[in-house]
Write a protein that binds this ligand. Structure first.
Ligand SMILES: Cc1cc2nc3c(=O)[nH]c(=O)nc-3n(C[C@H](O)[C@H](O)[C@H](O)COP(=O)(O)O)c2cc1C
Length: 371
């Protein structure tokens, strides 16, 4: 019933409006509903996960389900109270930057409906770590709901140099650590919207960045958000640098910058800027998860992200070797029932032995944290 109502009633209405306006309205509504028990109960009665145990422990963090809201939706950290009632096991807040970032000129998002993709050109819009960190510190989320924070370089002139960029990332991490905020951190080295400047996906620069961030003392897992467009050899070199720096894992991956990969070019904006989410990310991200599992074995936690539009798409990521999945576009194109469907499918596959519990036991399945 809920999938039908979303597909036939709600989505056609929402898709008549500007995507950013719809996003902003949903964030305000979600924040409002999250403030009261009644609001949370209402959303939970519609979208709460009530299937068999789908909890999983990864790098010492217990997720109520293996489905996490990817970076870029709750970029100011306002939805911590409502997301646990929607089948999510966690959220990656951000990307957060050291300096408040106003973002690119609108339009910052455009739907390609038949291509099931969003053209994203947000320019890392967020209120900045000094505002977001205290907000996260003050918001109580359930203990089995994991709150990670994605850190990116401020999309501003001041952070465009190599040294300026490194210190900018470090300032965000230091602020979060000082305020004791975030269950894990993700270093976004792959945001396609950053204001010119040096690219931290380049191995030598990446090494310097990770060395500096490694000087910030804390005991949280750290992941790197990977680009999906580089050829495998370049991806592998980045992974080797990340391994050498002792990070816990990889989020694979970010938006697709290959605009030709959208199914229906006639839906494209006159000129592309930014990257594509959704379906154009699906095959490549799954392939990179599989190749990464093969290349680094159990050394890395792998988080599959990109084009998960059905429970089967998520299972493909798990079969390829993912420990968790992150998503945004599926919630928009398929509907908010998707997270519960994925959790249920995952729990069933684990129980029936069709998904290898390669990184721990079933049920409260745990993955090695001895990285
Ligand atoms: C509106 C929007 C904003 C995004 N902003 C960020 C961001 O700030 N940081 C980041 O690491 N990824 C960002 N992403 C990328 C997503 O985290 C994810 O990698 C990508 O959308 C692929 O997943 P999906 O197909 O499930 O949407 C954004 C995606 C969307 C749709």
């Amino acid at each position: 019933m809920l999938p039908f109502l979303y597909r036939r009633v709600l989505k056609p209405i929402l898709f008549r409006f500007d995507p950013e306006a719809v996003h902003d309205a949903f964030v305000s509504l979600g924040e409002f509903l999250g403030r009261s028990g009644v609001g949370r109960g209402l959303v939970s009665s519609l979208y709460g996960y009530r299937g068999p145990d789908a909890s999983v422990t990864v790098d010492g963090l217990r997720y109520r389900t293996p489905v996490v809201l990817a970076a870029g939706f709750d970029y100011n950290g306002r939805l911590l109270r409502i997301l646990p009632t929607m089948g999510f096991g966690g959220v990656e807040v951000g990307s957060v930057t050291a300096l408040p970032t106003p973002g690119n000129e609108p339009p910052r998002m455009r739907r390609m409906v038949r291509s099931r993709a969003i053209v994203v050109n947000k320019g890392l819009m967020n209120e900045g770590v000094e505002v977001i960190s205290p907000r996260l510190a003050q918001t109580l989320a359930p203990s089995d709901f994991v709150v990670g924070v994605s850190i990116a370089r401020s999309n501003r002139e001041e952070a465009a140099t190599e040294a300026g960029g490194i210190e900018d990332y470090a300032r965000s991490l230091e602020t979060l650590v000082q305020e004791d905020v975030g269950d894990f951190y993700t270093i976004n080295i792959s945001c396609p919207n950053v204001h010119g400047g040096e690219n931290f996906a380049e191995p030598e620069r990446l090494r310097k960045l990770l060395r500096r961030l490694g000087q910030v003392e804390h005991d949280r897992p750290v992941y790197a958000k990977m680009p999906i467009n580089p050829p495998w050899e370049a991806f592998r070199r980045m992974g080797d640098v990340i391994e050498e720096a002792g990070l816990h894992g990889l989020v694979i991956g970010n938006l697709n910058k290959d605009y030709e990969s959208a199914l229906h070019q006639d839906e494209a904006p006159d000129s592309f800027q930014g990257g594509l989410s959704g379906l154009p990310c699906r095959e490549r991200s799954t392939e990179l998860v599989a190749r990464s599992r093969e290349a680094w074995g159990q050394r890395f936690t792998l988080i599959g992200c990109g084009g998960i539009l059905s429970a089967e798409d998520a299972l493909d990521k798990f079969r390829a070797g993912a420990d968790l999945v992150h998503l945004i576009s599926g919630m928009i194109f398929t509907g908010p029932h998707l997270m519960g469907e994925i959790a249920e499918a995952w729990a069933r596959e684990i129980r029936e032995g069709r998904l290898a519990a390669s990184r721990g036991a079933t049920g409260s399945r745990s993955s090695s944290s001895s990285k």
